[in-house]
Design a binder for this molecule. Structure first.
Ligand code: BGC
Length: 479
């Protein structure tokens, strides 16, 4: 790594490595069963996130007829989730810092369930919109809290792949939504499409009832004995003193009172910029144009049949899942930065190719190039901006305001998701598909440069070591 990333980044990496693993108690993998299960249950929040964002593409076909929706009303139904998610992420992070991760996630599951029931039973378009906004709030709460919860229970050397379970669950949720949409399309079963989400919501909420609170949040609340018990159970050993001491030390910064204003502290500003920047870049590089509009894009690229386009879309969903699995294998070994930079480079190339395939699609020969480019583009996203954004924003903020900061970054992500989703079709009309994808390609170039200069390597570090790194002011990479 030192050879690959020159200059001040190298200093950063070396410093982090030399203060590294000796201080961390490394439990044996076979004793980690409980923490793996806990992360798996919490990740169900991601499955609901993916399912509920993906399901609309299948259901939308029937909603128009059922409620005689105008295009604008349909857009409101689609955007309702994103608006709710932005609001949920922003407020949920704060609530989870105040009331705890576990309680908030149980409430999140109840909200998901209520939203699913309302949408499935909707008798009017306004009931549907309200249902979708409620589902959106659930998604926002989950995106603001699940990664933090997993990050705080995970041992440092496995945190990368465990938090990435959240992204894996999102991709599985999206794929399931495509499959369920396809399965119920024949009977116009849009109510089923929405209603199916009730089952994972119930499993998620019930599962969370049996999981402990985050040991880091307990320490922050002064519940030291409980924090010790939870940590010992999670780590499978009583030797957790070092980790507990580090957590307590990270809370000793009296200047931070756990309020929004702490974010303006100079030493925390680089972390704030890193999280919000990545949140914006994850969206403005265009991933959801493919996730939400793949069949439409594929048809206009020259794939004639609707079923061919839907099949190719399912293929794209499967690539998303598989490549996220690959990222999970690599993330704690290779580190976050190499994966991030390689994946974004792949996105730049594939967006350029996508633009080319549209430029010549009128000749009818390059539809295959569009399909392959889209698959490779999603694959590149799945090993980089997909999992690494959610991972980084769960690990780079100080404990006292961790969830609030994560929520803030997540709400930026939802806000820009909304912006891209609402402007994509208009951009295609104005600029043409080819230029639109090149525009996202230009954003991907900016995203690579941003990541190179502003994103730190956090592999193998405890959350407290990462916190100390920012405080020491060693993060200013651009003079
Ligand atoms: C993004 C979502 C996107 C999904 C695709 C997530 O990381 O936040 O907006 O739909 O990845 O896999």
């Amino acid at each position: 790594m030192a050879d690959v990333f020159p200059g001040s980044l190298t200093c950063f990496h070396i410093e982090m490595v030399t203060t590294a693993t000796s201080r961390e108690s490394t439990p044996l993998p076979q004793k980690r069963g409980f923490v793996y299960k806990a992360a798996g249950v919490a990740a169900l929040g991601g499955l609901l996130f993916g399912y509920d964002t993906g399901v609309i593409s299948g259901a939308a076909l029937f909603l128009r007829g059922e409620f005689a929706l105008s295009t604008f009303q349909l857009e409101v139904v689609v955007a309702g989730v994103l608006l709710g998610a932005a609001a949920g992420a922003l407020t949920g992070g704060r609530f989870s810092d105040l009331f705890g991760r576990k309680k908030l996630l149980i409430v999140t599951a109840i909200i998901f369930a209520a939203g699913a029931i309302l949408c499935a039973a909707a008798t009017s378009s306004s009931m549907l919109v309200i249902g979708r906004i409620i589902v959106g709030v659930g998604i926002g709460l989950s995106s603001g809290t699940v990664p933090v919860y997993i990050s705080e229970i995970s041992p440092a050397d496995a945190r990368g792949w465990q938090v990435s379970l959240f992204q894996l669950a999102i991709t599985v949720g999206i794929l399931l939504a495509y499959i369920v949409g396809y399965a119920f399309a024949a009977i116009e079963g849009w109510r089923w499409m929405f209603g199916v989400a009730l089952f994972p919501a119930v499993v998620f909420g019930t599962g969370m009832l049996f999981l402990p609170e985050s040991p880091r949040w307990l320490t922050q609340r002064g519940l030291h004995a409980q924090a010790r018990d939870v940590l010992a159970h999670m780590r499978g050993t009583q030797e957790v003193d070092t980790e507990l001491r580090e957590i307590e030390a990270s809370l000793s910064h009296a200047e931070e009172r756990g309020r929004w204003s702490d974010l303006l502290e100079v030493s925390l500003r680089p972390a704030l910029i890193a999280g919000i920047g990545l949140a914006i870049f994850q969206q403005i590089t265009g991933i959801n144009t493919v996730i939400y509009y793949a069949p439409t894009i594929l048809q206009s690229a020259g794939i004639p049949s609707a079923s061919g386009a839907i099949l190719a879309t399912a293929g794209i969903g499967a690539v998303n899942v598989l490549m996220t699995l690959v990222a999970m294998r690599l993330i704690d070994r290779m580190g976050r930065r190499p994966l991030l930079l390689t994946g974004i480079a792949g996105m730049i190339v594939t967006l350029a190719l996508l633009g080319i395939s549209f430029r010549f699609s009128d000749q009818g020969t390059l539809a295959w190039l569009a399909v392959i480019s889209m698959m490779l583009y999603v694959a590149s996203f799945a090993i980089s901006l997909g999992p690494i954004f959610w991972l980084l924003i769960s690990e780079i903020y100080p404990l006292k305001i961790r969830s609030s900061c994560q929520g803030l970054a997540a709400s930026f992500n939802w806000g820009f998701n909304l912006l891209v989703t609402l402007t994509f079709l208009t951009l295609v009309e104005l600029l043409g598909a080819s230029l639109t994808f090149w525009l996202y390609g230009a954003c991907a170039i900016a995203s690579w440069i941003f990541s190179y200069y502003f994103i730190p390597e956090t592999k193998g570090r405890t959350l407290e070591q990462i916190e100390e790194f920012w405080r020491a002011g060693r993060s200013r990479r651009v003079a």
